[in-house]
Design a protein. Structure first.
Length: 566
């Protein structure tokens, strides 16, 4: 019998428990050290790789961009799953470095094939640390939408100085208000921009009536029925023409946090369009932003803004509704730029074949120069999705970056980089600019921007059901450059819709501040100009949406210049 007891335990029992406790402390300490070690290893794994000899170098995982897109199912089985995946560069915390928001698919009851995963995929927000690396702040920021994400567009709809996010979904859309403290609040219900159960794909911010408040155009796709199947479908699953189209929506910003559906009153009568990418720019320089809608398998729309009082579709009349062959193509995305230096905004529309490079001839008329330019033959072997004008080498004219990937299968294609060689011509220089362009991915959305503020434009690409890719531009800043950060006062704070002319070395470049660019995505909110070897910009002319004209002279190259509206 044990004679001595301590708090009800015998000496031997106490020694055993004490020993066990010490052992647990040791094990706990080891586990803690292991966790610290793992955390340390994870942190040390996020390092900025040195530049190699490639013009564009893929460094995504190394710098903390570990995003993997999901279609929400084990296999690609329908057209909605095939369509998604956009991304946006935005400076959500206003620290001077652009951050990255990426859209994801997810598993949906009655829609997705296979079992529901333990953890649903979600959209992700990555904060730019300013040292060349990113950190995932999705949960901390409260922007982790788990809807079936398609595209994203950023705009400061309440003019408080912090960009907000509109996420287009298959199902109700989301408007995230930026709280200005590193977090977002879902204000969709109050703002009345959720829509119904449409399949919203592209969306774009614009101030169509120049009242200083950003309005919103949402492109809707088709009435998808997950139960509908072809009796005989050799190409995998039913295409877009098997489903009825959906009406696009134009929302007017009332200035009190609430938007009004003005689609019908503004004459946006979308009869048969199946919207994919949408974009907005003032193509005829009349002071009001117009809207272009790239439709799938049906003619494209060019909604001319009639002085902020209504819209008229000038697609067919302008020559931008069809391809050079007079056909309605599988149009994916649109971007605007003055590629030939004549002061008029041109358009590039990517599709599943020859693509369309519409040269603006003035008087509201365009000519498709994709074949003459040398783009068509190089593009025809791929299915093109996101395309953006970009001066990747800072030589003073805009080139084109284009993502590619199969339509109905997870078959990869190489992405393409077309260099502007002057005289209206482009050359496919992809394989000369990096090993990345030899790889095949199922590309969808892409955003371009100067993430490290070194003066050249980098690229993030969303790949369907696969890891995203980040291309760092290693050599573009061998030429000079200028980046403009516009801040509106009377105009919308983002300065979206501003028309800018930059003159250096006697050459004038014309551009417009845009929101959405390419497919479901948005580029760096700052405006970038390559200056070749010029070290001084003789003149900058800015025509703000308010109508105010601002002129700056003798500006030094190689800087990010913040310009406030007078």
């Amino acid at each position: 019998m044990n004679k001595t007891r301590n708090h009800g335990y015998s000496i031997n029992e106490f020694r055993y428990i004490a020993g066990l406790f010490v052992s647990l402390l040791i094990v706990s300490g080891c586990q803690s050290n292991n966790k610290s070690s793992t955390k340390s290893q994870k942190q040390s794994a996020v390092t900025l790789p040195p530049a190699n000899d490639d013009y564009y170098q893929e460094i995504g995982q190394a710098i903390g961009l570990d995003f993997i897109h999901s279609i929400g199912a084990e296999h690609l089985t329908n057209i909605v799953e095939s369509s998604g995946g956009g991304a946006a560069f935005l400076d959500y915390d206003q620290d001077g470095y652009i951050d990255l928001y990426i859209c994801n698919g997810t598993w949906l009851e009655g829609f997705s094939k296979g079992e529901k995963p333990a953890k649903l995929p979600e959209n992700h927000l990555y904060r730019n640390r300013g040292d060349g690396t990113f950190e995932d702040v999705t949960n901390k920021a409260g922007a982790n939408d788990q809807g079936y994400g398609m595209g994203v567009t950023a705009g400061d709809y309440n003019n408080d100085g912090f960009p907000d996010l509109f996420v287009s979904n298959y199902g109700p859309n989301i408007l995230y208000k930026n709280n200005g403290n590193g977090t977002f609040t879902n204000v969709t219900k109050r703002a009345r921009v959720a829509g119904g159960n449409e399949c919203s794909v592209g969306a774009v911010w614009l101030d169509y009536d120049n009242d200083g408040l950003l309005d919103l155009y949402v492109g809707n796709y088709l009435n998808f029925d997950p139960q509908y199947k072809y009796y005989y479908a050799p190409d995998g699953f039913p295409g877009p023409m098997a489903y009825d189209s959906q009406q696009d929506v134009l929302y007017h910003n009332q200035g009190n946090g609430i938007f009004e559906d003005v689609t019908k009153s503004m004459g946006i009568m979308d009869v048969d369009g199946r919207a994919m990418g949408v974009g907005a720019a003032d193509y005829d320089d009349d002071g009001f932003a117009d809207i272009y809608v790239a439709n799938d398998h049906t003619l494209n729309y060019l909604w001319h803004n009639d002085g902020g009082k209504g819209f008229t579709d000038n697609g067919t009349m302008s020559g931008t509704a069809f391809s050079q062959a007079g056909e309605a193509t599988v149009s994916m995305s649109v971007d605007f730029a003055d590629y030939n230096g004549d002061g008029l905004l041109d358009l590039f529309v990517s599709d599943d074949s020859y693509c369309s490079l519409y040269e603006n001839l003035g008087n509201g008329v365009f000519a498709d120069k994709s074949n003459f330019s040398g783009i068509s033959m190089a593009a025809a072997q791929y299915v093109g999705w996101s395309s953006s004008f970009v001066d990747y080498d800072n030589d003073g004219d805009v080139d084109i970056f284009k993502t590619n990937g199969a339509l109905k299968h997870l078959y990869g294609h190489e992405d393409q980089l077309f260099e502007n060689t002057g005289d209206g011509k482009f050359k496919d220089v992809s394989v000369e600019r990096g090993k990345y362009f030899e790889e095949e991915y199922v590309g969808r959305g892409a955003c371009l921007g100067d993430y490290d503020n070194d003066g050249d434009l980098d690229v993030y690409i969303v790949n369907l059901n696969n890891r995203g890719m980040f291309l760092r531009n290693n050599k573009g800043n061998q030429n000079n450059w200028l980046t403009l950060n516009l801040i509106g006062q009377t105009s919308n704070r983002d300065g979206i819709g501003s028309r800018v002319k930059v003159t250096a070395g006697g050459k004038t470049q014309t551009a417009q501040k845009k929101s959405t660019t390419g497919y479901l995505s948005q580029n760096d909110p700052r405006m970038h100009f390559g200056l070749a070897k010029n070290e001084i910009v003789e003149k900058i002319e800015i025509k703000w949406p308010s109508g105010k004209l601002q002129v700056l002279e003798n500006i030094k190259a190689n800087q990010i210049l913040t310009v406030k509206e007078p």
